[in-house]
Design a protein around this ligand. Structure first.
Ligand SMILES: Nc1ncnc2c1ncn2[C@@H]1O[C@H](COP(=O)(O)OP(=O)(O)O)[C@@H](O)[C@H]1O
Ligand SMILES: [Mg+2]
Length: 598
């Protein structure tokens, strides 16, 4: 585990400064108002301690009851006033804090959706959840702790120490000796709490991740009897959190008695010395009681100040998690002046496209191909060849390292991103449906679509019939990720969504690969309807699709190794012929004249 190095401390300070600058500045008036109110509260506390002197001395000297009664009113009034200003200041702080949380959540999410695909591949989804929920809250708590400590606790402490020094400088000096000792002991404990807290935070993330995977993968978990394994993983994570929480609890539990004991020793010593001074030295008891009251009142704010470091540490950890996302440049943006993509036919051309996900591992190496308008262009080849990567590049999920992709002669890297994606309809093998109804899921294709448009799209996608057979029809809910529908139904809803979008370019990534042959036949019909009059690029595994394609590109090891029509390709010796016969059997390949052996 890392120790509190000076570099750690330097980053903590700079993160804290940034936190205050970014959020404190926006709410400077609210915080200033709260600070003024808290200052008043601090003054009231110090004053009430100070007032004990005339009260006690008056009692001892037998002063007029009326005067003492007056003091009683003042003290009661002071505490009531302190209660009111404290209430107001805490209300202000809470509301400001909640606004900050809301802003941080909005900013984080806004930034997240503008991140590129690579970023989402690199992180587990639960990481974002903890950042959005937990980390955003710590930012608020830290700012709140800062303002409370610096205005209320710090000032209260200063006021009370002033009262103490005013009454008895020597005694005050003596009591303050205990502060550094107490500070050191508490500091040690706090270090332990912090380390354990971080471990429990990691564990909590793991718990969320295992839970999520168990729910999303419930089919696999059940069918492979993975319950025990999942339980074991969950137990491990739960144990980490339990242990760490116990350690936190032990340190927290210890910190109370330890500081209480220290405070008790200090107060005992003060009482001992004070009584000695009153009885032997003849000092006035009023000053002494006022002193003791100030000392006792100083205890709580002093304890909170000592704990401040811990609160801040929590906040710094949270803020670090948030800034690590906010500081990552949003790659999914187009330059402000990039022109919109204007398509007439929709001719797609890749020229010498090179790409790798990880440095040094070329996935595409100089791919050139053309997809003509009104035609179906098929990408075929062995798994891992780079077909899906090409589909991703066409939607600018990633950007080629060299080479260009053009649509109707316009380089897609230079056009407005939204205008590019607005003219592409994408259907993938693994359909994603959002939680909601069938109608809502189709409507994601085009925001201003009417009910008639949605139904027409579903009809074209051969989905209308099965949808209307549900008792709730289009208002049937699809369940999380479409769990309540069959694979073929989900796929047809996805096609209806693409239909509704009415885009000139259609990208299909093995849309029927996961379906049985009956569903495939229907989905195939839906796809044929979708393709009509558009530029279609399809990653194909099925014989039907491949044979019907206007042009086939064989992708292997990140390059185009052959291209042409099925009849021509199959007549040639080469990858396609080998691939094709291994996929669909020798008898589907026409016998071509082989060159004489020699
Ligand atoms: N997000 C990713 N990060 C790193 N490598 C990837 C990623 N996605 C795909 N790859 C790799 O790129 C290669 C091509 O993958 P892909 O385009 O999906 O192939 P295909 O669709 O032809 O089966 C594979 O070797 C795969 O391991
Ligand atoms: Mg693929």
């Amino acid at each position: 585990m890392t120790s509190d190095t000076s570099q750690d401390r330097a980053t903590s300070v700079s993160i804290l400064r940034r936190l205050v600058q970014e959020h404190g500045r926006d709410h400077v008036w609210a915080y200033a108002g709260a600070a003024v109110l808290l200052t008043l509260a601090a003054g009231a506390t110090a004053l009430s301690a100070y007032l004990l002197k005339p009260v006690v001395n008056g009692m001892v000297a037998g002063t007029d009851f009326k005067q003492l009664r007056m003091l009683a009113w003042v003290v009661a009034g002071l505490f009531t006033a302190r209660g009111i200003v404290t209430f107001l200041s805490i209300l202000i702080l809470a509301r400001t804090g909640n606004r900050i949380v809301a802003n941080v959540q909005r900013r984080l999410f806004d930034h997240l959706v503008r991140q590129d695909m690579q970023f989402f591949h690199e992180h587990h989804s639960t990481e974002f959840m903890t950042r959005l929920s937990y980390a955003a809250g710590t930012v608020r708590d830290t700012l709140q702790a800062l303002i409370l400590c610096f205005s209320r606790d710090m000032l209260t402490l200063i006021g009370l120490i002033a009262v103490m020094f005013f009454h008895d400088p020597l005694l005050a000096g003596m009591s303050l000796v205990f502060l550094p000792v107490g500070g050191y002991v508490l500091g040690k404990l706090i270090g332990r709490i912090r380390r354990s807290a971080r471990r429990s935070y990691d564990g909590a993330g793991q718990i969320m991740q295992i839970m999520q995977e168990t729910v999303l993968g419930s089919r696999i978990v059940k069918s492979f009897n993975l319950e025990d394994q999942m339980r074991k993983r969950m137990n491990g994570a739960v144990r980490i959190v339990e242990k760490a929480s116990n350690r936190v609890a032990a340190s927290v539990a210890l910190s109370g008695p330890v500081s209480d004991a220290l405070a008790g020793i200090a107060i005992g010593a003060v009482i001992f010395y004070g009584s000695w001074r009153i009885s032997i030295g003849g000092a006035d008891p009023g000053s002494f009681f006022s002193f003791i009251a100030a000392l006792l009142l100083a205890y709580d704010p002093a304890k909170r100040l000592a704990k401040l470091k811990l609160d801040i540490q929590n906040g710094v950890t949270g803020a670090q998690l948030i800034y690590s996302i906010l500081d990552r440049p949003a790659r999914e943006t187009s330059a402000a002046d990039s022109p919109a993509l204007k398509l007439s036919g929709g001719r797609v051309e890749l020229d010498g496209v090179t790409f790798s996900y990880r440095p040094g591992e070329k996935v595409l190496d100089g791919v050139s191909l053309v997809a003509e308008p009104n035609q179906t262009t098929a990408l075929v080849g062995p798994s891992g060849g780079g077909k899906s990567t090409i589909i991703g590049l066409l939607q600018r999920f990633y950007v080629p390292h060299s080479g260009t992709i053009a649509m109707d002669g316009q380089d897609i890297a230079k056009v407005d991103l939204q205008s590019l994606r607005g003219q592409i309809a994408f259907v993938s093998q693994d359909v994603f449906l959002f939680d909601g109804t069938i109608r809502e899921n189709i409507a994601f294709g085009r925001q201003d679509a009417s009910d008639e448009d949605i139904i027409a799209a579903a009809q074209h996608a051969y989905a209308h019939e099965f949808i209307t057979r549900f008792s709730k029809g289009y208002d049937t809910s699809v369940g999380e990720s479409g769990a309540q529908l069959s694979g073929g139904q989900k796929q047809r809803i996805a096609i209806a969504r693409a239909m509704l979008k009415n885009a000139p370019i259609i990208l299909l990534d093995e849309p029927t690969a996961a379906l049985d042959s009956e569903s495939e036949r229907i989905v195939q019909q839906a796809l044929d309807a979708l393709r009509e009059g558009r530029t279609t690029i399809v990653v194909a595994h099925r014989l039907q699709t491949i044979v019907k394609a206007d042009r086939i590109f064989v992708i292997q090891d990140g390059g185009v190794v052959q291209s042409g029509k099925h009849a021509d390709l199959v007549a040639q010796e080469g990858t396609y012929r080998t691939y094709f016969s291994s996929q669909f059997g020798e008898n589907t390949v026409p016998i071509a004249p082989r060159p004489a052996a020699g």
